[in-house]
Design a protein around this ligand. Structure first.
Ligand code: XMP
Length: 508
């Protein structure tokens, strides 16, 4: 196992993912984790991530001194390199300019293990302002950027290695080779982390943990809950009872399609038709946060009722994945709640169930790969994320059956055309919103007065930031014509050309 100490870089998760892709299990811990806790995990190596701070500032992240004592090999990346230099007595300064983006690096010490088999010069991804002017005593320089700045230092007696650039980013040529050198040459890792093995290990573990107990879970049609359920079903069969709540806020035909998939996967599913209950509670409600709150509360009520009917469950299965775990660990630090998210996750503590989270160590792409190995079909694995409150936050203003109907029809057309164009898999999310604004139109010789459909398509890695997608004009044209012709209740179509930030992905 390799531990990544997170100093706040946007690339921290990427470092951990790359290490796992190379066959070594890795976990992320906050920079201020006490050394005893790190040592308890017996890591074969420690990576110190980049970060937005400067070691010249007070209160900037720092790692326990023991990390650099030579017991475990260390790789510092970007801020991590500056921190190592700073902690061991080198000199870190603010450069005359920031180095951001592609840069060329020359390996000046080909004997440094970290650059074993790496050809020089190489293109790398840099993103820093501070630089190491003078390495600490005992350290050698292994590479410099074209401008002569230090790009890598090391001390092989201490087994401490550092890079100013980001080997985890795709734009860095031979980045994997460099990480491999760290993992296998320097840390002597074995590279046994593989997902097939993980499935066997985890099914066994689930069996041992829950024994003959009954487990319940909420299925949403999303990747995480589905994969968690299929895996658990593999372990304990029909002692897993799944609940699927139709809240009346799903896309066109979605409930039926998803239930069919679950049937094919042989899951034991109790479908609850709670459409009436949700829609009547939402009557007259226009405030987005109130919508979310109501939906969350009713979901819990409906789920609880069904669970009691089933009876006897001791465990609640949840599809928590590793980024959720990391995010919630950070909660105290960046406390700004932009939108309250109600997932199947937000289930009542009063239910007094023990929580089972078999996917909590996995990244999303690992969950997808495991899903594929467990024969979960692509319609689920490649599905765009869909918010828990569903169409409620896409039907701006009041939610009525008629307006939901308009939205569903428009949304279906948009997705149909995107699929036809072969663009679905390239897009993070694509959907329609219905605006509670009427505008005037003319169809044939008749004046119309109807609402506006907004189209939204974004690309993203994790939903935290997103770019609007430059969809082909002809596609937009086709979608707009079809919506105006085929969907009653709408007579105008607009395309959202804002990224996140400053907007969010959803409109509410
Ligand atoms: P925003 O709109 O905040 O969305 O940029 C980021 C991601 O989160 C999804 N989202 C939600 N998911 N419950 C959810 O389960 C919610 O209330 C919710 N609001 C937004 C959104 O679809 C996007 O993927």
């Amino acid at each position: 196992k390799v531990i990544v100490l997170d100093c706040g870089s946007q690339y921290t998760q990427l470092i951990a993912r790359r290490i796992r892709e190379l066959g070594v299990y890795s976990e992320i811990l906050p920079w201020d984790t006490p050394y005893e806790e790190i040592a308890q995990q017996s890591p074969k190596g420690i990576v110190i991530s980049g970060g937005p701070s400067s070691v010249r500032e007070e209160d900037s992240p720092t790692v326990p001194e023991d990390v650099l004592s030579g017991k475990v090999p260390v790789l510092g990346i970007c801020y991590g390199m500056q921190l190592i230099a700073h902690m061991l007595g080198g000199v870190v300064k603010k450069g005359p300019f920031a180095e951001y983006g592609k840069a060329t690096v020359n390996v000046t010490d080909p004997n440094a293990d970290i650059f074993y088999g790496v050809s020089s010069p190489l293109q790398v991804w840099m993103s820093h302002w501070d630089y190491v002017e003078q390495p600490p005593k005992g350290f050698k320089v292994a590479a410099r950027s074209e401008s002569g700045m230090i790009a890598s230092i090391y001390n092989d007696d201490l087994n401490v290695w550092a890079l100013q650039f980001h080997p985890e980013v795709w734009h860095t040529q031979q980045g994997s080779k460099i990480l491999e050198n760290f993992l296998f040459k320097i840390c002597k890792c074995k590279g046994l982390w593989d997902l097939e093995g993980w499935i066997d290990m985890m099914t066994k573990q689930i069996k041992e943990t829950v024994g003959q107990d009954k487990v319940i879970c909420g299925l949403s049609g999303g990747v995480d809950s589905t994969v968690a359920a299929v895996l658990t079903h593999k372990a304990i069969g029909d002692n897993l009872e799944c609940i699927f709540v139709d809240n009346g806020l799903l896309r066109m035909n979605e409930a039926q399609e998803v239930l069919k998939v679950y049937e094919d996967l042989h899951l034991k599913v109790h479908a609850v038709d709670a459409r009436e209950e949700f829609l009547s509670a939402l009557k007259g409600v226009t405030d987005p946060e109130r919508k979310r709150k109501i939906i969350g509360e009713i979901f819990i009520r409906v789920f609880e009722k069904k669970a009691n009917e089933i009876g006897g469950a001791k465990w609640l299965l949840q599809g928590t994945v590793y980024p959720d775990v990391i995010e919630s660990g950070k909660k105290g630090k960046d406390a700004a709640v932009i939108k309250s998210h109600h997932n199947v996750g937000g289930l009542p503590e009063e239910m007094d169930l023990k929580v089972l989270e078999p996917l909590r160590d996995l990244f999303k792409d690992e969950v997808r790969r495991i899903g594929a190995m467990l024969d979960v079909p692509e319609v689920i694995l490649k599905r765009h994320p869909f918010p828990g409150p569903g169409l409620a936050v896409r039907c701006l203003g009041e939610i009525t059956p008629e307006r939901l109907d308009t939205l569903r029809k428009a949304d279906k057309i948009f997705l149909e055309e995107i699929r036809k164009e072969g663009l679905y898999d390239e897009i993070w999310q694509a959907f329609c919103v219905l605006l509670p604004v009427k505008t005037v139109g003319v169809m044939g010789d008749v004046r119309t007065y109807a609402e506006i459909v907004g189209l939204r398509a974004v690309s993203s890695q994790d939903g935290m930031t997103a770019d609007w997608v430059k969809l082909p004009m002809e596609l937009l044209d086709r979608v707009s014509r079809r919506i105006c012709n085929e969907v009653p209740g709408a007579n105008r179509v607009v395309y959202d050309v804002t990224s996140k930030p400053p907007s969010t992905i959803e409109w509410e």
